[in-house]
Design a protein around this ligand. Structure first.
Ligand code: SIN
Length: 276
């Protein structure tokens, strides 16, 4: 297994592996690399839906995303799909999957199925590095705080997607959720501290007036932006991205209007998060 950084602070390309043919030792090695780096990229994978599912099941327990349409015959695999005629995409803002759940998803495994000629990259951000690079004064103010995360403003009856041309292809009548998590978590596998608020899903910091909460989150996101802890993953046929939702954000770029894009996503179940 050969590892090469994708960018200075985010993402690791893993070579010399076929995800459909891993030994138990390979899976154990991959688990360590995954916990340490948070985002792994693989190229030239032969991973049809049945193999995608088998790999995910070997890696962890699955959770079914209640808002996305499943792949026919594979209820555990969600379609991340944008038609040529749709202008809105799924996940087109910085977010962390399922942070609105009481037990947020551990991670996701996304497989390229049909790509636009250009564009449609997915950006990732490293929340271990983001935490590390925050100014000390801000770190001191964040430690011990808790924040509320919600899916209501995104997937709810009056949420963002409902008013878009993607609304009809998502299961927006599914139950929305709210959850409270520590703002700084201790990653259960790596033991490292990670920043756990994100622009898409975190709605407020608890125990402070709304204006103060907004200002604090704004300050944090501005620092993350400035720290440059991102990468911009250019998909290729046969590419797979696997990310840890406890230590990353992601953002699907929507710069391929008039073209079709389809990826298949499996989400891995997580556990309640502990404060750092
Ligand atoms: C997502 O899982 O948020 C979508 C990622 C993508 O389409 O690139």
């Amino acid at each position: 297994m050969k590892l090469t950084p994708y960018s200075e602070h985010c993402g690791m390309v893993v070579e010399d592996v076929q995800l459909a043919q891993l030994s138990d030792d390979d899976i154990a090695a991959l688990r360590k690399v995954f916990a340490e780096h948070g985002v792994l990229f693989f190229y030239n994978q032969d991973l049809p839906p049945a193999e995608h599912l088998r790999f995910a099941q070997r890696f962890g327990t699955l959770v079914v995303n209640r808002f996305f349409q499943p792949v026919e015959g594979f209820p555990e695999i969600a379609q991340v799909r944008k038609e040529k005629t749709q202008t809105t995409n799924i996940g087109g803002a910085w977010h962390t999957d399922h942070s609105y759940d009481l037990e947020p998803a551990l991670g996701s495994i996304l497989v390229a199925r049909q790509l636009p000629a250009t564009g449609g990259n997915t950006q990732f951000a490293n929340m271990y590095k983001a935490w590390e690079l925050l100014p000390d004064d801000l770190k001191n103010r964040l430690e011990g705080l808790q924040a509320e995360h919600s899916s209501t403003h995104v997937y709810g009856e009056d949420g963002y997607y409902k008013s878009t041309d993607l609304g009809k292809s998502l299961n927006l009548e599914s139950e929305v959720g709210e959850a409270v998590h520590p703002v700084v978590i201790r990653h259960p596998d790596s033991g490292k501290k990670a920043l756990y608020v994100n622009p898409g899903i975190t709605v407020r910091v608890l125990d402070m007036p709304p204006e103060e909460s907004r200002a604090l989150l704004h300050e944090v996101y501005a620092c993350v932006d400035e720290a440059g802890v991102y990468c911009d993953f250019a998909w290729q046929p046969g590419a797979v991205a696997m990310w840890d939702n406890r230590s990353t954000w992601h953002n699907a770029k929507n710069d391929y209007q008039g073209e079709f894009r389809l990826l298949h996503r499996i989400t891995l179940a997580g556990a309640p998060l502990q404060a750092a």
